[in-house]
Design a protein. Structure first.
Length: 340
């Protein structure tokens, strides 16, 4: 099964908060349910947020009783607004909403035609994501050598996308190309996407993986135990990569220890209109930090900081792997100049 699927007016996905101990399938029939699933992290990971946002609008359209295109458009705009309020940092969500709304705006003919255009566009976003991830894997695999140990942070795998993954897509492709590799996965506090999701995916595929806590990254890098680092991204802006909290620490440590630091992400993650100072970094509830698996691990009432993402300046990035190839920071800057 793909991480998210459309089945005639129902969006089917897996509740990622329960993995790896329970496999709970969610069947959503309204855009509100999709928005709630995103807010509560049942659905997470930048490309998957894009696909889910598209499907949220597809549900709104499919179940709409609108009699005119104007009315349908109003409902879609309201649904898009609700989805925009779920999580602010990954640009893929906003990108997908714009893409589907644009289709609806340009629809000619009756309401039924507009509804089917919206659903088709959401389906397209989801199916393209799989091809894009495979292309990222193909371009990234040559960067990984036989015998490498590759560190990855958070989960940029099948579960963070519709299928295959971005950073884990590169690892999967290298493995499929016959390279004998090992993966080190950081646990990724506070929500443990690395220990719960990345190790689960890699074990399922039979790719050797070792779990470390986040604060062990410096030690393993300094001991020469890591040859490459590959992570995903939630937004790549003109001066930085924005990804799961802890990425910046690993990138700085990588430079200090001369280990290549690669970012694997689709072009839909690029935000060439903004620099990092203009991006809202999501702050999540204190509860995620003061509790570990529902057990209180801090004194009641302690002040907590819980940013979900951090900002890695491009000077720490060896290359960005995307569906069209490899971009070294200089080439990424050239791409920006060509766009503007
Ligand atoms: O808070 P999350 O779990 O949505 O954060 C996910 C990440 O930071 C991933 O590294 C990123 O979205 C890339 S996923 C291919």
């Amino acid at each position: 099964m793909k991480t998210i699927e459309w089945k005639e007016g129902i969006v089917v996905t897996i509740d990622q908060t329960k993995l790896p101990t329970e496999t709970i399938i969610l069947k959503m029939t309204s855009c509100g349910e999709v928005a709630e699933a995103i807010k509560t992290m049942k659905i997470r990971g930048a490309p998957l947020l894009g696909a889910a946002a598209g499907y949220g609008l597809a549900l709104a359209a499919y179940h709409s009783n609108a009699k005119t295109k104007g009315q349908l458009m109003k409902e879609l705009i309201a649904s898009a607004q609700a989805l925009r309020r779920t999580r602010p940092t990954a640009i893929n969500l906003f990108w997908a909403l714009e893409r589907v709304l644009e289709k609806a705006r340009g629809a000619e003919g009756d309401v039924a035609t507009a509804v089917s255009l919206v659903i088709d566009e959401a389906e397209k976003i989801a199916s393209e994501d799989v091809d894009i991830n495979k292309a990222i894997g193909k371009h990234g695999s040559p960067l990984i050598d036989d015998g490498d140990t590759v560190l990855t942070h958070c989960n940029a795998g099948r579960l963070a996308t519709v299928d295959y993954g971005t950073a884990l897509g590169v690892i999967r492709a290298a493995w499929k190309d016959g390279k004998n590799i090992n993966v080190i996965a950081t646990e990724t506090r506070p929500l443990l996407q690395g220990s719960r999701l990345t190790t689960y995916e890699l074990l399922q595929d039979g790719i050797p993986v070792t779990l470390i806590t986040d604060n062990m990254a410096g030690y393993v890098l300094s001991k020469g135990l890591i040859n490459k680092i590959v992570v995903g991204a939630d937004r790549i802006v003109t001066d930085a990569v924005i990804n799961k909290i802890g990425t910046y620490t690993i990138a700085v440590l990588a430079k200090e220890n001369n280990v290549p630091f690669y970012v694997a992400a689709p072009e839909s993650t690029f935000d060439l209109e903004r620099s990092s100072k203009n991006v809202l970094i999501e702050e999540r509830k204190a509860d995620e930090v003061v509790r570990f698996n529902d057990v209180l691990v801090a004194p009641t009432g302690v002040e907590v900081l819980n940013p979900a993402f951090d900002i890695t300046p491009l000077k720490y990035v060896s290359a960005i792997i995307y569906e069209k190839g490899i971009l070294h920071p200089k080439e990424f800057r050239r791409l920006q100049l060509n766009k503007n």
